[in-house]
Design a protein. Structure first.
Length: 248
């Protein structure tokens, strides 16, 4: 993926990895459109970072995605990169039937949200030069954390979907990249922003930006590789147990 001269739409970029990546891409010479649900955050981003564009979008709302994506394509017809960043992560106790409400919300945001975005943009991007769709899975797609079972499963679904999407769009001129983060110091989960078991955000972004120019499939920082390749390396069960102990 080229790292400058793009017009990039990033739904779910008002905080955390999404916001950090939006800033890095903006600084690298791209036009960046930040999407999010909270108007006050979007207004603050636009005020603090001249040149960055914003649009309100709720990826858990199908009608809102359709409307917002049509607006992006009308206002920014040169958009050639979509980064489907929005996601939520919650702890669940599967022995309590109450987990289902949490699971439904995660599936709505983490799976249906990206699918809606792809549906809205795939045909549009096929007409653009240097077009790329970037999905966001997780190291937990490959080695799940028992305390966040639905989150891990949704990210496994995104990984599988990304592989199929890449093949289907190969002859359309649209590249498909999958960003696979480890735990990063953000507010995704309570206490994670200060946790020593999470990768510092700036370190993660530095490595991602260095990998982007040569990326053609998965974007893997070194810290996520033990999770990504645990099955191949024969320590899947040990890592799952370690993750469960960490969460506890």
């Amino acid at each position: 993926m080229k790292t400058t001269g793009n017009t990039i739409f990033i739904p779910g970029a008002t905080s955390g990895i999404g916001f950090g990546l939006a800033l890095r891409l903006h600084e690298a010479g791209n036009r960046v459109i930040v999407g999010g649900r909270r108007v006050e955050l979007l207004e603050q981003i636009a005020s603090d970072h001249p040149g960055m564009e914003t649009i309100r979008i709720d990826t858990a709302d199908a009608a809102d995605v359709s409307s917002a994506c049509a607006d992006v394509q009308k206002r920014f017809p040169e958009t050639n990169v979509l980064i489907a960043m929005a996601g939520i992560m919650r702890s669940e106790d599967l022995s309590d039937a109450g987990f289902l409400d949490t699971a439904v919300a995660e599936v709505e945001t983490n799976i249906l949200g990206p699918l809606r975005l792809v549906a809205a943009f795939a045909e549009f991007l096929a007409a653009q030069p240097d077009a790329v769709i970037m999905t966001v899975s997780s190291g937990l797609a490959f080695t799940p954390m028992a305390g966040t079972p639905t989150y891990s499963a949704t990210k496994a679904a995104i990984h599988s979907f990304s592989d199929s999407l890449r093949l289907q769009l190969a002859d359309k001129g649209v590249g498909v990249l999958e960003l696979v983060p480890p735990a990063v110091q953000t507010d995704l989960m309570p206490g994670q922003a200060e946790a020593d078991w999470a990768m510092p955000l700036d370190d993660f972004l530095d490595e991602v930006m260095s990998l982007l120019p040569s990326a053609t499939r998965e974007i893997l920082v070194d810290r996520v590789k033990p999770l990504r390749f645990s099955a191949q390396e024969g320590n899947y069960d040990d890592l799952m147990a370690a993750l469960a102990q960490q969460a506890g």
